[in-house]
Design a protein around this ligand. Sequence first.
Ligand code: GTP
Ligand code: MG
Length: 782
Amino acid sequence: MTLISGFLAANVRDFKQTNSSPRPTEQLLHADLISVQPGFSLYQLSEEFPAVVPYKVEEITIPADVTPERVPTHIVDYSEAEQTDEQLDQEISKANVICIVYAVNNRKSLEKVTSHWIPLINERTDKDSRVPLILVGNKSDLVEQSSMENVLHIMNKYTEIETCVECSAKNLKNISEMFYYAQKAVLHPTGPLYCPEGKQMKPACVRALTRIFRISDLDNNSILSDAELNFFQRVCFSSPLAPQALEDVKKVVKKNMPDGVCEDGLTLQGFLFLHSLFIQRGRHETTWAVLRHFGYDNDLELHQDYLFPPLKIPADCSTELNHNASLFLQSVFDKHDKDQDGALNPSELKEVFDVFPYMPWGPDVNNTVCTNDHGWITYQGFISQWMLTTYLDVQRCLEYLGYLGYSIVAEQESQAAAITVTRSKCVDLQQKQTQRCVFLCNVFGSSGSGKSSFLQAFIGRNLNHQKTIRDEHKSHYAINAVHVYGQEKYLLLHEICSDLDFLSESDLCCDVVCLIYDVSDPDSFDYCVRVFMQCFVDSKLPCLMVAMKSDLQEEKQQHDVTPLEFCRTHVVPPPQAYSVNTVTTPSRDVFIKLATMATYPHLRLRCMCTCNRCTFCLCQNFLNSEVLHAVKAKLYTLVFSSKLPCLMVAMKSDLQEEKQQHDVTPLEFCRTHVVPPPQAYSVNTVTTPSRDVFIKLATMATYPHLRLRCMCTCNRCTFCLCQNFLNSEVLHAVKAKLYTLVFSRFSSFFSSSSSSFSSSSSFFSSSSSSSSFFSSSTLFCP
Ligand SMILES: Nc1nc2c(ncn2[C@@H]2O[C@H](COP(=O)(O)OP(=O)(O)OP(=O)(O)O)[C@@H](O)[C@H]2O)c(=O)[nH]1
Ligand SMILES: [Mg+2]
């Protein structure tokens, strides 16, 4: 047995569980000191070397305020003489840091470190979560010279050894340093950050720092500018960097890594280099401070408390993104929409999620929200999808915001600051008003009735567009913004499976119900009746019936009463005819109606009813009445069918005119049918084609009643007389005279110089050019 040999283990037992905040100052260091060298801890604590050293000292806690890292340290002693191997195993399993003590004046005690203690500890600990070790050379008071070089090869061999220190328990030399290193090894371990063999940072550390760089690169130009570095510094260390310090940092990076600085800012390579420099110089607490501020735990995983902060959501309340969070997400969108086309193309979208450990959005998202013509998510779509996640799965939303670094960039306490928990729906109903912005509408309908098509119509897609969507990319949700009396609200449509046996509680839980039937399928309305009677007849939820595929031939529904009668009986608004088979974007009216009903559910009975007594019903009845339809029809006949102004255009007038194969000439036809004479037109022009005919068309559209009076060819009205005059030979003779006069004036003007005259004559020489320049249509346009 050596005189002094053994080990000393400190345990930060509950470190992980109590590490609720990433800030090290709030962490509890619970350290056990186990020592086979009896009395080691006693010297330190009593500051007096006892004459007789006991085998095992009682467990002691050093209070936070006397430890260098300001964390309480619990120390447990271990004695080989007094304790069993089982007790030793137990202490090792609890230990977060172990200090192995040898005597600097005894070579055998140092040998025992590698032959006995390190293998013993390693046997009892997991390879992936090795406890950091501190080599403590005790009794330095007994030797003249340091024996550090003897331990260097051990340090190189065992990467779990954090550091070594020589001390004297007798004269207290380096004792507090030893505790400092022990605490530091727990709070700022090198192991997860750095690979000493490869002399480089570990991949997990590089990944974490890369994410931190991307979050801090607020304008996404791959360079941390001075402003961004200052922001980063302030966020992580609560104080800005002095301008000189900033320059010094960049200088150091540039000197060692020219690529590390670009456009006077730090590149990712520079940022990573800086951190490996910190670690190599034993300043890994700096890197840890950064990592912890960005939510990382000791295993370089984002801490659960960072990703999932506590958030209380009482029953009957919903969750929404608040204004600040929307602004943050807007900045995320803008930052990644590099081509600024208002949409994220696939590579831009991938970049948004580069700071995530996985891709959170699948291709179904592109069919849940608005996209542009390429199918790329627009800004509106981007925000909508976040609204959806917040409403349906707030925990996931918090997690995603954590990956994006919301609490850091927006300088909020936690991700929970992004969420508004709304007031209870019951209170909203009582007060007859709501502050809510997101409303859920469950869409029911028999199989094939058009539910999915209805959802897709909500995000602006007609039937033709919908045919291009692949089955595996379809979504059961669609969300979009709608304006309800001028206020922006989000309506979230959810397609419910048509099998009634599979209806769950949550399928019945929403703000408004949409019941869809197919007008061309006689059995589809019966399904709506069954859903309504089974689930909603007694509920206060507003319901809207939609008569889908209204472009198809309507079939009589196989039910005792018609849909309209059913709606009247059950005080539901009359069925809304709807079709997605449209040329342009399908109508949004029905969605505004659904959102309005969701926002003002208490208004249902008063103004959405079919009671036939209230103003709403009277107006509705009047609008649907046959009298009105008859009047409408008459008006249409009068205004449009017979009096629509028409204009005949004789196109390609630059080409040789052929005789038209018709009984009468176009002009005669126009005269017979009181239509203006054909307008010769050609687009085969040197400059922009003439706009006259369009002005004529616009004039005819604006004043359709003038048609008979002034666009005719009756040869009696003022229009015809003027027209005749303009085409008359007399006028042409006068025109010719005028031309001659004007020309001769120009000739006399240029006659002073015969050479200049010749050039001017060439300018006016071509008769065609002069006639087109002074063309009758330009000069004498009626
Ligand atoms: N003509 C016409 N066809 C429509 C309309 N809406 C949907 N369809 C067609 O009806 C069929 C069924 O539509 P879906 O939207 O898939 O019906 P669904 O209710 O979602 O069907 P399941 O999910 O299977 O229950 C599709 O082939 C659509 O193309 C419409 O307004 N007009
Ligand atoms: Mg469907």
